[in-house]
Design a protein around this ligand. Structure first.
Ligand SMILES: [Fe+2]
Length: 456
């Protein structure tokens, strides 16, 4: 494939526009996905894009259709275009952003569906919530825990294998993915808290396929909470499994960079929803809606997401759920530049991001109902000083989940883990004072920097 940023003409002409220096730049050099530091004007000085706007391929297309060959941009933005072009040339095919004609057609079709408002979700059966077994305050059954652990591990491996085959150019069937969604959904219906605790605590979210399975399970739980029927819930779970496949084409040195990423590096990461879309065209029998949901799963309510900068009404509800769950799961993982966040700190972070219009409020509220503010498996300290671990959600009491109390000796690993009591904080007059790091993990609390890094 050739680069979309091909043979940029060099040597822009500097002119003065509206009192500030601007540079005449060829439209083909405008970098899709770049957020402008300064405005772009046409040759006559008419404002085309305001500062903070994101350049889209549609914008470029419209300019070319209008016969505009050059626009005026600030030297700061033009330097980013130049650097991206240089990087694209030196990195070769690996950082290629060219979109195949087939993918372009598909994107145009999605755009038409969006314009015609075909983003509503309709149930054809009864809400699945009626079939979720109520487990009260009971502990997880040992056989159930074992079944969830081995099932989730097998499903994550199967997903990794399929993703690898598609990355290598093979065509695969969607059937195994649909089966994974159906089987994990059955586990969720049987004991949702146990399935979620296993996904949060046993899957390794740094691994792409584990992260995908966790996203799938949590998204289905959110979907059930929203009142979806079985078909829709399974479709949502399927989307979770494949929504980030394109990440396997991002260079590992970018994914594992301990440094703060340069805006140009981040532009490469922003290509991954398009790569996902391309990969999904090699999955036979995958519903086209699933491909569109994955393509949109990195958009943000404020319209500053990617790849198209769509606002909430122009995104599919499943894409909005995926973005919330994906963000939550990512926060639980250690990164080269930060510790993993405690689940309670990650929940706190999601709430802050809703306040900034970066995540959709309803999806976060539903996730809070599913997990509570102290998700299953969280280590906590009670107001009477005892230590414990969150076992289950407690109806709609999101600040007071069901707790299993552990002796202090078990906590630091000096004695076997024996649960002394399972309690409902609401009926005993105690409260959860704070979340604490798990004894077997390096987990951090929420910092302003964590919120900053999660804005992307
Ligand atoms: Fe992603």
């Amino acid at each position: 494939m050739g680069s979309a940023i091909q043979s940029p003409p060099r040597g822009p002409t500097e002119t003065k526009s509206s009192g500030s220096t601007s540079v005449s730049v060829d439209v083909n050099r405008l970098l899709v996905g770049h957020r402008l530091a300064e405005p772009i004007h046409d040759a006559r000085g008419v404002l085309l894009l305001a500062p903070g706007s994101t350049i889209t391929s549609r914008f470029k297309e419209l300019l070319l259709k209008r016969g505009e060959q050059t626009v005026k941009a600030s030297p700061v933005d033009v330097a980013v275009f130049d650097e991206a072009a240089a990087k694209s040339e030196s990195a070769g095919a690996g950082s290629d952003v060219a979109i195949s004609p087939q993918t372009t057609k598909l994107i145009e079709k999605f755009d038409l569906q969006i314009q015609h408002g075909s983003l509503l979700v309709k149930n054809s059966g009864p809400p699945l919530a009626e079939r979720v077994k109520s487990r009260g305050t009971s502990r997880y059954e040992a056989e159930t825990v074992a079944a969830h652990r081995s099932g989730q591990s097998q499903h994550a491996s199967a997903n990794a294998e399929l993703m690898g085959r598609v990355r290598d150019g093979q065509r695969v069937e969607s059937h195994p993915l649909m089966q994974t969604a159906a089987e994990t959904l059955a586990m969720l219906l049987d004991d949702a808290d146990c399935a979620i605790a296993t996904a949060l605590n046993d899957l390794d979210g740094r691994n792409l396929s584990d992260h995908a399975l966790r996203t799938s399970i949590l998204s289905m739980a959110v979907g059930i909470e929203m009142g979806l029927d079985e078909d829709n819930t399974r479709l949502l779970g399927l989307c979770g499994l494949v929504h980030d496949w394109g990440m396997c084409r991002v260079r590992p040195e970018l994914l594992n960079a301990a440094r703060t990423l340069h805006p140009v590096d981040f532009l490469e990461i922003k290509k991954h929803p398009i790569w996902t879309l391309e990969m999904l065209q090699n999955v036979s029998g995958l519903p086209q809606l699933a491909a569109m949901v994955c393509y949109q799963s990195h958009e943000r309510p404020d319209g500053q997401g990617y790849p198209r900068g769509r606002k909430t009404p122009q995104t599919h509800p499943f894409a909005r759920i995926l973005r919330v769950v994906d963000t939550f799961s990512a926060l639980l993982c250690e990164r080269p530049f930060r510790h993993a966040l405690m689940p309670a700190a990650a929940m706190e972070c999601l709430v802050s991001l809703v306040g900034e219009d970066l995540l959709e409020g309803d999806a976060v509220r539903r996730l809070t109902c599913v997990l509570s503010m102290f998700p299953p498996g969280s280590a906590i300290q009670l107001s009477d000083g005892r230590l414990g671990r969150v076992l289950r959600r407690n109806g709609n009491h999101t600040a007071a989940p069901i707790i299993e109390v552990l002796p202090r000796e078990a906590w630091d690993g000096s004695a076997a883990e024996v649960v002394t009591e399972v309690l409902n904080p609401r009926s005993l007059g105690v409260s959860i004072q704070r979340a604490i790091p798990r004894c077997d993990r390096v987990e951090g609390e929420l910092s302003g920097e964590d919120i900053d890094r999660s804005r992307r």
